[in-house]
Design a protein around this ligand. Sequence first.
Ligand code: URA
Length: 325
Amino acid sequence: MRAVLQAISEELARLKAEGEQVVPVSEEALAGLRALVRVRAEAADPAVAEDVSSRPASPTSRSAPSAVSAGFAERKDFAPRAPAPAAAPALKLSPAAPAAAALPPPPVVSLPAGDKAARWAALRDMAVNHPVCLANVRPGKKAVLGVGSLDAKIFFVGEAPGAEEEVQGEPFVGPAGQLLTKMIGGMGLKREQVYIGNIMCWRPQMPTPPGAEQIGNRPPTPEEMTFCLPFLRASIEIIQPDLLVALGGTAAQGLLGEKFTTLGAARSRWHDFAGKPLMVTYHPSYLLRNGSNKSKRMVWEDLLQVMEKAGLPISEKQRGYFLGA
Ligand code: URA
């Protein structure tokens, strides 16, 4: 039961990160979640360690689909979320993420002279070896800066490295990353032609028994995002993309700060970050959970705007992606 509740808790954290404020939850799940919160607060409870260690080693692959289907297209293996029973009460998502360790003021990043490659290499070195980043990654895992073309016109900004990313040291290599790569393909580009970064350089940690793998992900706190933001700003300064695309509510919040209210309100229109046009859309992991054509179309319409602004050619076929039931 606790594993189920853990999965619900992760899903709620993810939904909140995507801007959802209220979700329907059954009375039973609500009671279980309250119990889980109590148990989590008692971090030293040996029963937690016992239960957590009996779970599968790779939580992300447990909760995500086993394969990402072709062309940002049909995902028949991944049905849309079932509607909740009408009688379910609404659970207000708490605005506060679990407290992370206190952080020092954000770093002041000063880039060396040189060409883009030299400046980016220096920045990457600075970020992944920063003592605070190192202090926030588990032993054997990596901090992550970004990947892609230093001449990219389009710069995607995600939330934070997940389980696969902190192993490989590259953003968006897990299931959500594979879907992002297909979305980029749908735009007529290769992954190597864009730049992909994250608000966070490290995977936000959750209470995990010593030696065990972290189960699931939590959204970063505002303090964590503020700390890492200078590395993202410096990446933008080096790459000088034409535009930015924030993937999901957390990335949008990290970039827009107080101007961000909900993903629904922020998406599909142009904002500004660091003097660059910024489009906000859903995170690919949202589409992995909700693969309806309606959801895909919403994201696709945002990406069509991105393509137009970036001056990319758009075929009639591309314009019509995901229309219809
Ligand atoms: N999700 C993100 O937001 N970033 C990653 O790098 C991977 C998954």
